[in-house]
Design a protein around this ligand. Sequence first.
Ligand SMILES: [Zn+2]
Length: 372
Amino acid sequence: MSIYLAALLLWAASGNQQSLAKKPQPVPSATSNVERALNRISADSLRGNLSFLSSDLLAGRWTPSPGLDIAAEFIASRFRAAGLEPGNGTDYFQLADLTELAKQSGEIRDRAIDHPIIARNVVGVLRGSPGELSNTYVIVSAHYDHIGTLDTSGKLGKEKTENNGDRIFNGANDDGSGTVSVIEIANALAKMKQRPKRSIVFIAFCGEELGELGSLYYTQHPLFPLNRTVADINLEQVGRSDSDIGKGNATLTGYDYTTITLAIQRAAKLSGIHMVKTKETDPYFQASDNYPFALVGIPDLTLATSFNFPDYHGLGDEWQKIDFPEMVKVDRLAARAIWLIANDAQFPEWNSQNEKTAKYRKAAPGESAVAQ
Ligand SMILES: [Zn+2]
């Protein structure tokens, strides 16, 4: 219970309504500020945004495509509405020439790359409150691209032929769900009167389905110094409860890799979500946009509520199958954890007891780089 609510209850119990105006009003605590911010995360808002992003109009958001461009403009408009600063100084876009990275990627070696692959990452910033920590950055990310239509999907698509006239891979859960969650969390935290101590950078990446190309490009062309970027929390497939992870549960990739997990576990307890570790949490560490951050030594993970679900890379991954009330809980969990990390003077660290983190620890920017 917040201090504010306790004071109200005391007042009601006293039965002395006349004297209220003369008494000093209780000051809402930081905790109640956070609770109010979390309550802004709503199923209706998530449903509204996702039904557009995964509509047939956007034709499966292939990188690059007109549908992907429309998605980018939409995400930027939501960042603008939330009051985020443009990540690129003047606008929300990082133009990325992914052609060379695509040629090296194993994901699309089944086809010739005979045209430039140029697309945009969408980046918005919630600037930290004045102080040294505001020059350090927590990244919150998801990928907004998907595998397009039967014309583009190739080996990435589960189906190879039309299903009752449907030829669009809508990518509602993968990863429209993470994208609208990033928007929703940004909006909730940006509307708080209190700013976080660290700055929070919200990024929607392009080109993930081609081999995490948008995030790889970002780590090669960072908009904020990597040696002052303390974590990446990536959101993937957070909308389906008919998944391998199960309703009421969430999971992480690289479960025991970093201290970010401790913040997530604390947040989960307060959010009504049970965290589960499966045998896939380690292998899937490399399977989303958190991974390029690991390669440059920045602690990271992906939060998900499904590794596998019935329509994975299928024509039926549509927004009507998303469990929005459950997604609200997961987004509140993520927002709480992000808030904890963004206000903690101690930056997240790799777990030195876990040998699987050795190569990422070796790539780390070094303690002096993130010293406050
Ligand atoms: Zn994905």
